[in-house]
Design a binder for this molecule. Sequence first.
Ligand SMILES: Cc1cc2nc3c(=O)[nH]c(=O)nc-3n(C[C@H](O)[C@H](O)[C@H](O)COP(=O)(O)OP(=O)(O)OC[C@H]3O[C@@H](n4cnc5c(N)ncnc54)[C@H](O)[C@@H]3O)c2cc1C
Length: 446
Amino acid sequence: MNKPLDLAGLGIGPFNLSIAALLREVPQLHTAFFDRKPQFNWHPGMMLPGVRLQTSYLKDLVTGVAPWSPNSFLNYLVQKGRFYAFMNADLPAVSRAEFADYMAWVADGLGNLHFGRNIQYVDFDGDLFHIHFREETEPVRARNLCLGTGKTPFIPQSCRPWRGDDCFHNMELTLRQPDVAGQRVTVVGGGQSGAEVVLSLLQGDWGRPESIHWLSRRPNFEPLDETPFTNEYFTPGYVDTFHQLPEAQRLTLVENQKLASDGISPDTLEALYQRLYEHRISGGESPRVVLQPHRSLQALAGPAPFQLDIHNALNGERTSSTADRVILCTGFESRLPDYLSAALRQRLETDDHGHLRLASDFQAQWDGPPGRHLYAVNAGRHSHGIADPQMSLMCWRSARIINHLAGETLFPVTGNVGLVDWNGDDPRVATGDDRQSLLALLKSDF
Ligand SMILES: Cc1cc2nc3c(=O)[nH]c(=O)nc-3n(C[C@H](O)[C@H](O)[C@H](O)COP(=O)(O)OP(=O)(O)OC[C@H]3O[C@@H](n4cnc5c(N)ncnc54)[C@H](O)[C@@H]3O)c2cc1C
């Protein structure tokens, strides 16, 4: 790998994998991708029994821009001999396990992925990026980078001293395999992960707890809005319109659109409610289940058994409770990767919140020389909207990045538009001028 790469992909989650999968069709670009895991493995800590994708399987790594690609989910089904069985099963959604297996199958077929490479630091020598690994391997040089090392699980400040087997983020759940039999378990966070963890506890996947206490800051256990007009936020046209808005307006919109990306799947809510109802019929004693929306964890005193200080936003009261185990479903935070050297960080433009300023083609704004780009995936919720951390538009974003890198339109990125005129540029709408001339025409007839 002595020859400098045209593109080095840092991290091989679904988003950089999508870029790598499309690059298979662009042999003229010399590229390589690196990940610290020993092989592709999608969020293994949250592979709970029965969990499903929140996205259509057609929104896979490639189909939206290259339906002819051999790396599609449909080709995976055909190659695995499951196409007809899959259609007959008529599943409400693909399981996360199957989609993870699909992505691992794609990864297996690509020659430019390098696993077992933990990126230690990345620097720029004025002409090339240098990627150094913790392993004793040669540093890699590249003209362009794509940052794809994902987000960091968010742990509230007061929980940090107690991180371990008794208090952990949900992303570690299936890796830790906790035995919660007879324990008082508190789940903090009312999004999809919180719901999946509570359902899993109710099913007794980790033993039968003495109690399950679910806290959510949200006013209720709120559904994901998957209705068609909301799904317009997950179209290229909307993302481009959003990107052009002033920063303050973008922040407000993202906040207002929270439930379009962070709500709980209606299927999960239904399964949860039905399970709770059956539990009630059977006496509801073991485990004791307490569901508390409008509650936020103020502080956690440990070690286990933990004392939780909880604020009730409905009546302003503070209460306390005790837990033997705390599972934090507290989401993720976006921050600049630690491996970027201080000198490189200083050259990157960030907004007041420390977010990278990303151009429409997902290049970070910086003062580097022409022809040296630093792209970033899953880093643009503030700039590209709520679709950015989701898979819905991942292959479209990959296409935008590859087209920009190649300097030509190798994949179609325009033309697949929604039904809403977000930008005021729908040619079917009469403009003010058109209306005036129509009026003049009508008047002249009378
Ligand atoms: C449980 C869960 C379920 C989800 N389900 C859906 C869904 O159904 N639909 C949807 O649209 N979105 C879903 N998402 C959101 C999103 O699609 C996923 O989080 C997706 O995995 C993001 O992909 P990514 O490539 O940005 O990051 P990640 O998947 O986090 O991958 C980042 C990769 O970078 C590697 N890495 C990190 N640091 C280094 C380093 N220093 N050196 C080398 N490698 C490194 C990691 O090992 C990892 O493989 C889900 C998210 C979660 C957490």
